[in-house]
Design a protein around this ligand. Sequence first.
Ligand code: NAI
Ligand code: OAA
Length: 325
Amino acid sequence: MVNVAVLGAAGGIGQPLSLLVKLSKDVSSLRLYDIVRCPGVAADISHINTNSQVQAFEGNAQLKDCLTGADIVVIPAGVPRKPGMTRDDLFGVNAGIVRDLVQAIAENCPKAFVCIISNPVNSTVPIAAEVLKKNGVYDPRRLFGVSTLDLVRASRFVRDLRPSFDAGTEIPVIGGHSGNTIVPIISSVQNAVHFSEEEIKTLTHRIQFGGDEVVQAKNGEGSATLSMAYAGYTFVNSIIRAMNGTPTTVCSYIDVSVDQSGFEHYKNLCADQVEYFSVPVSIGPNGVEKILPLENLTEFEKDLIKTASSAIAQNIASGVNFARK
Ligand SMILES: NC(=O)C1=CN([C@@H]2O[C@H](COP(=O)(O)OP(=O)(O)OC[C@H]3O[C@@H](n4cnc5c(N)ncnc54)[C@H](O)[C@@H]3O)[C@@H](O)[C@H]2O)C=CC1
Ligand SMILES: O=C([O-])CC(=O)C(=O)O
């Protein structure tokens, strides 16, 4: 049984994500934290007759109690995009939010698995790492940028084009989590569903900019929340399975120093040096164990990795510089 804390629990993602986590039979304590609206959300979810006890924590003074004893901390706190903005435009507000929340994690539950949803993920994960390092509690195996929504979209968008494709089939998506840093590996299913070069280009673009479709459709009311809640829940479940001893694989934006030799495979394809990258990994009870290779990448995918790595290197530098200030 695990204790899960959701920071930003009253938000667009936080509420449905907390609802889904409440359904898990493996969760014993579900702690919901936000700076506003949290008691109402927690009271509501707490009436659902599943295993976990739900508690509300509101405002900085209650953050310590929320985090003490947490095994998994999920962070969807922060502002979302409006039309015309990039995820990097959120840095000014969200960098500080993530830094302060991770400082509290370092002080109160340094061994927790930390899952960062707040954008720009390419930068907020390095910020989190720097804060944990400063506090002397950094374990890179336990820090994750949640890029699962890119995989969810990849499978769904392939299904949109080929109705016979099982939308539950995983398509790896590597690199980062913004525009052209998102690198879908469609070649992994090319035997099951054949696509022309033109179709692959169109699909790749749709997956890279899937977030924009939602931002535009919501027209100023935020970005993906419901599909993200589903993706976040899927990710949390993978972590719980791994903690419980079932070997599990995920794609996640991680500190690649956890497995230097495993990352060689990707490093050779990068134009710039990147310390963080989304890669397929095996996870176990202590977090990331191995970075897994993806074989037979196409020239098109190799080019995408090159482009992605240059942008990610800059995003990492912004995050690290901010956290070291
Ligand atoms: N990784 C991914 O794939 C995705 C990431 N996102 C990102 O997730 C974040 C949240 O998005 P939404 O839930 O739609 O936004 P939202 O505005 O609906 O909710 C954010 C919540 O965070 C809370 N919050 C703000 N400062 C806080 C703090 N210091 N401590 C705790 N809570 C705090 C707010 O009160 C609010 O309830 C955004 O940065 C968005 O870009 C969104 C979709 C996908
Ligand atoms: O597009 C956004 O800003 C939110 C996000 O990360 C996504 O939907 O992938």
